[in-house]
Design a protein around this ligand. Structure first.
Ligand code: ARG
Length: 477
């Protein structure tokens, strides 16, 4: 018999049952469902809505169920549709009458909202820890390779020399914004929906601030209809995840290019690559390709929830059950990607000598040559033209700019003097770019120092999130 079977005279069609059920995936929220029910039952007893004996039976029964699920001794049933009814049914089977009082003043609509809020907060804290680890790996590598100079690119054509650590720290900056995004997602998830009931609130004198307190929520929903039908916190998390994956996908693309024989800038550790079943020489960056490839499904998950929500009339509609699988999939894949990327950066080797050789043989210092002339009074546009002609001359004569003799240079512009060769040095090119966000060693050192401060702030945030999350799960102990 279904928990809602009273008004029905026929059994549910088997296909309907299977299609309607969410237990296959929402079973992962069992701890949240149990914590939420413990908080709810405790409040019901405090308000005199159920007796203390019933409350004790409920709490003990729920803790027992938690243990059974943890130890794989709980068989989830499709007939019972979702995690909420699987647990409630087992509770009633175990403790009898009292179990039937748990759902007083509550609907599955506010219950599922509560569970996903709790679940997402927990996962946000987990993901935050991994994101910080990746940022730390980037900072470590930026420090380790602080003297490596590489070609910087625009249009994937060599542009100007940069510090390898400057390139890495660009990703650090992206990830710091991702962390801000995550803080936003937390704030959205940090609202307590119980008390909304099915949609209109309930007739019982519930103490919602107390429940929020027990579950360490910062805020309540002001409107019961919004409380049961808000999925903005899920969208916020999926937005965070989509943008973060976009960043990791860009990094993947660079790692793939850099580790190719054409670039040879880095080598990924054997433990992070795979081989070919036919070509014995191959060492493939599959993980980077997968991260790049999986980014598409993250966009898909975001788009799916946005689209699912756009036509839903107030309040809860079953469409909303579709909010979970994408988030779960995003969380699982994100955790893998972040964990592997931190290790991959820790273990990669960087071929600084080769990057240097590449730079010695190209024209990445051409802008510096134009700047040299402009600083001697030639309008920059004219300086640009002179150097353009110099580059053309070099290509014709199989040379690079720093190989031109002073005579050759002075034939192009009388402003060239002995010191030009110093200004064409790759080191000088990098050292001269001292703007606040530039690639000069002192600018990058400042980025690294401020990056460490950012990480410290993030760690404080993580610490406070972790203490919220662990206080909630104390309820089951
Ligand atoms: N399994 C449902 C979900 O994930 C729970 C809420 C169902 N509520 C309802 N009235 N059918 O959304």
């Amino acid at each position: 018999m279904k928990l809602w079977g009273g008004r029905f005279t026929k059994a549910t069609d088997k296909n309907v049952e299977a299609f309607n059920a969410s237990i296959q995936f929402d079973c992962r929220m069992y701890a949240e469902d149990i914590c939420g029910s413990i908080a709810h039952a405790t409040m019901l007893a405090r308000q005199g809505i159920i007796s203390d004996e019933d409350k004790d039976a409920i709490v003990n029964g729920l803790k027992q169920i938690f243990e059974q699920i943890e130890h794989d001794e709980f068989e989830f049933s499709i007939e019972l549709e979702d995690i909420h009814m699987n647990i409630e049914k087992r509770l009633t089977d175990t403790i009898g009458e009292a179990g039937k009082r748990l759902h007083t003043g509550r609907s599955r609509n506010d219950q599922v909202a509560l569970d996903t809020h709790l679940y997402l907060r927990r996962e946000i804290a987990d993901v935050a820890g991994l994101l910080i680890q990746l940022q730390q790996s980037i900072v470590k590598a930026a420090e380790k390779y602080s003297d490596v100079i590489m070609p910087g690119y625009t249009h994937l054509q060599r542009a100007q020399p940069i510090l390898f650590s400057h390139h890495l720290m660009a990703y650090f900056s992206m990830l710091s914004r991702d962390f801000e995004h995550l803080q936003f997602a937390w704030n959205m998830a940090d609202r307590m929906p119980l008390g909304a009931g099915a949609l209109a609130g309930t007739t019982y004198p519930l103490d919602q601030p107390y429940v929020a307190d027990v579950l360490h929520f910062g805020k309540l929903y002001d409107n019961s209809m919004d409380a049961v039908s808000d999925r903005d916190y899920i969208i916020a998390f999926l937005e965070f995840a989509a943008v973060l994956m976009m960043h990791l996908s860009r990094l993947s693309e660079e790692f793939i290019l850099w580790s190719s024989s054409e670039f040879k800038f880095i080598e990924l550790d054997d433990s992070h690559c795979t081989g070919s079943s036919i070509m014995p020489q191959k060492k493939n960056p599959d993980i980077c390709e997968l991260v790049r490839g999986k980014t598409g499904r993250f966009y898909g998950h975001l788009m799916a929830v946005l689209t699912m929500m756009k036509g839903i009339p107030m309040a809860y509609d079953k469409d909303m059950q579709e909010d979970k699988e994408g988030v779960f999939d995003a969380i699982d894949n994100l955790k893998f990607a972040l964990t592997i990327y931190a290790a991959m950066i820790d273990k990669m080797t960087v071929n600084g000598k080769h990057m240097r050789d590449v730079l010695e043989k190209d024209f990445s210092n051409a802008t510096d040559m134009a700047d040299y002339l402009a600083k001697k009074g030639l309008p920059f546009r004219e300086a640009h033209a002179v150097v353009g002609r110099a580059v053309h001359y070099c290509i014709e004569h199989g040379k690079v700019l720093q190989q031109l003799s002073l005579e050759e240079l002075q034939a192009m512009s009388p402003l060239f003097e002995e010191d030009i060769h110093h200004y064409l040095d790759i080191e000088t090119c990098v050292a001269q770019r001292r703007t606040y966000n530039g690639t000069a060693p002192e600018s990058v050192a400042r980025q690294i120092a401020s990056g460490k401060t950012v990480v410290t702030g993030e760690e404080e945030q993580l610490h406070s999130w972790n203490s919220v999350v662990s206080s909630v799960y104390e309820l089951i102990k």
